[in-house]
Design a protein around this ligand. Structure first.
Ligand code: SAM
Length: 287
């Protein structure tokens, strides 16, 4: 990326953040000034911040605010009455805006549902992971619930056994109460192929009681490829993908038939033409 483009993008981020002026934004502003000075580049192609290979868009929440998706999420389906704090995992959390809003949305429902959890401070813990260290550094800077939300830089596809997971899983009997996968499957699929997508689905179903997934339809793949092509880059595995037009159906069928989950909810479409699907582990699998 040319230096002028990096400077422009960082300058634009600073200005737009300044407009909002929350404490969290001010923290981020400090962080970004640091990045601005050290010029460590976020990974995108040419001068187009949309041309990314991992979905690690900068300023993602400027054009895809969390609220629309949160409004489509029925809390009551995610919360079983428990006598211990809930432990949630958000895979591909970007700068953590959706993770944080999820925590804030679920907290009151948990508190009202689970009056036997005496300490209101100790009702749930959220782990957000992302492969991009710069995004995670931003998430740390913006974290207004640092005692309850942990952000970690991890590649889910290669660090599944990382001790951050082990630690969190030990608090919830070996399975997260809910794993959230918002707009991340396509990036796993594009970078790890059909087998990678299957492994991802198998892994999340081994680690979760409930899965919330927002699959990207095939048209998003085509846009991602096109954006990269404009700066003369490709996804090397793209041509080999055999799961294509029906990718959303494939994900659903795989979770149901191979991973023994049941679909318990399908939302209306977002403005971006995506749905939120909720799957629950079958009780009788003994897994
Ligand atoms: C399009 S963004 C979605 C952000 C957020 N989940 C949302 O929907 O608001 C996809 C995110 O997934 C992350 N990501 C891609 N591959 C990943 C991997 N193997 N492990 C962890 N995070 C990954 C990217 O860095 C990016 O922040």
């Amino acid at each position: 990326m040319p230096v002028w483009a990096n400077v422009f993008i960082r300058f634009y981020s600073l200005i737009s953040l300044e407009r909002r002026k929350t404490q969290a934004d001010k923290n981020l502003l400090l962080l970004q000034s640091h990045h601005f000075l050290s010029m460590d580049p976020l990974q995108f192609g040419g001068d187009d911040p949309g041309a990314v290979t991992l979905g690690n868009f900068i300023n993602y929440y400027e054009f895809h605010p969390p609220e629309e998706r949160l409004n489509l999420l029925p809390d009551n389906l995610l919360l079983d009455r428990l006598n211990r704090p809930y432990v949630f995992l958000d895979i591909g959390c970007n700068t953590g805006a959706l993770t944080t809003r999820l925590y804030e949305k679920l907290l009151p429902s948990i508190k009202s549902k689970d009056s036997c959890l005496e300490s209101s401070e100790n009702t749930c813990h959220m782990l957000g992971i992302d492969i991009d260290p710069v995004l995670i550094e931003r998430a740390h800077g913006l974290n207004t619930h640092a005692d309850r939300i942990t952000f970690a830089c991890l590649d889910f596809m290669s660090e599944r056994n990382n001790e951050v997971f082990t630690q969190h899983l030990s608090q919830c009997g070996g399975r997260f109460d809910v794993i959230f996968c918002f707009s991340v499957c396509m990036w796993i699929h594009l970078n790890h192929g059909d087998d990678g997508l299957k492994r991802f689905l198998q892994d999340i179903s081994d680690m979760a009681k409930i899965i919330v997934i927002e699959p990207q339809p095939w048209k998003c793949y085509k846009s991602a490829v096109k954006r990269l092509k404009r700066c003369h880059k490709t996804f090397p595995l793209f041509q080999n993908l055999t799961i294509r037009e029906q990718v959303e159906q494939f994900i659903e069928d795989f979770l149901v038939t191979k991973c023994f989950f049941t679909k318990i909810h399908e939302s209306l479409e977002t403005k971006w033409g995506r749905k939120l699907l909720i799957f629950k582990q079958n009780q009788d699998t003994g897994r």
